[in-house]
Design a protein around this ligand. Sequence first.
Ligand code: BGC
Length: 339
Amino acid sequence: MMKVRMIEQRDNGVCLFELKNDEIKVITSNLGCHVLSVFTKDREGNFGDVVLGFENVEDCWHGDGSYMGAIAGRVANRIGDAKFELNGKTYELAANNGKNSLHGGIKGFNQKIFKYKLLEDGIRFIYLSPDMEEGYPGNLYLKVVYRLCDNTLKMEYEAVSDQDTLINITNHSYFNLSAGKDKIYHHQLKVKADEIACVDENCLANGTFLKIENTPFDFKEFHEIGERINDDHEQLKLAGGYDHSFMVKDEEDQLILYDKETGRKLTMTTTLPCIQVYTGNFLSGGCNGKGGKPYENRDGVALEAQFLPNSIHIEKEPKVILRKGEEYEAVTTYRFEVE
Ligand code: BGC
C-alpha cells in the first residue's frame, strides 16, 4: 500500500515528507529535495537505512560540502575556472571549489526551498531559479519528481528556461547498503562502461578519457570497491579514490551495487550519459549525520547520474546547454532487491 504524507512542517518553510510502500520508505524534504533516508529490506526482511543523510537538513545552509542526498544544480559537478562562454558572452560564476565552480555555486539548488505537491505515488518539487542566479542566465523552471513503484525509487527531472542556459541536475545520495554497519570497501560494484572521464589535481574533468580495461576502473564484472582503491594509479591518486564519471552505455541497469553481507542489491538505470562514482573521499570533517554521528571517508558511495562534468569546456556540442524554450528531461531509477 502506497502512502505519501507530510511528517513535519517547520516555521522556516522546511517540510519533511514520507513516501512509503511495502518495499521502501523514503524521507525527503522540500529543502534542496534532500533524500534524508531510504529504508529497504535486507535478506532477512529487516528494514535498514541505506543512504547517508543530515540529522538536520538545515545543516546544508552552513556550507557543508558533502551535498548528502541533495539535488545539485543548476550545474552539478565542476565548471573549470568558474566561468563559461555562451552565445559569445562570458558568464562568471563563484569559485567555490578552488578556482572552479562546484554543484551550482555558493547557494546551489541543494540550499533552496522548493514548492511541493503530494502525488498518489510520490512528490513533485518545483523551483523557479531567477535569471542570473549564481551567475547563470535565464529564468529556469525546474521540476523534480520522486516516485515509488514497488521496489523502485524513480527520480524525474524537467526544466525549461526563457534564455539559453546550462543545466545538469543530479541527485547526490551516498549509498551504504549495509545500513551503516560497515564502510563501503566490501560493496561490490558493476558498471556498464568502457571509459571514464579523467580528472586533474582538482578533480576537474580535463577532457581526456581512459579506456578502463585492465585498470582499477574496470568494473565490467563485479569487484569490491576496496579491492583496488589504493592501487598506484594516477587517476586514483589525483582524486584520493574513485571520483570519476563512468561513461555508461545507453542501456538499462547500467550500474549495480551489491552488499553480500545483507544481500541488498541496488540497480541504477538512467537516461543520462554518465554516472559519477564518488567514494566519499572527503567526507570526514563535514556535518554530523543521522544520530549526530560524524561521517567519515568511505562511509558511503555517491552515485550521481548526470551529463559529462565540465561539459561546457570539453564537448564540441555540450549537452549541458539548454536552449530557450527547449525541454530538459531526465529520468534515473534506483531498484532495490535482495539476493
Ligand atoms: C564530486 C566530489 C565532491 C563531492 C562533494 C562529488 O560530486 O565529484 O569531488 O567532493 O561531490 O562535494
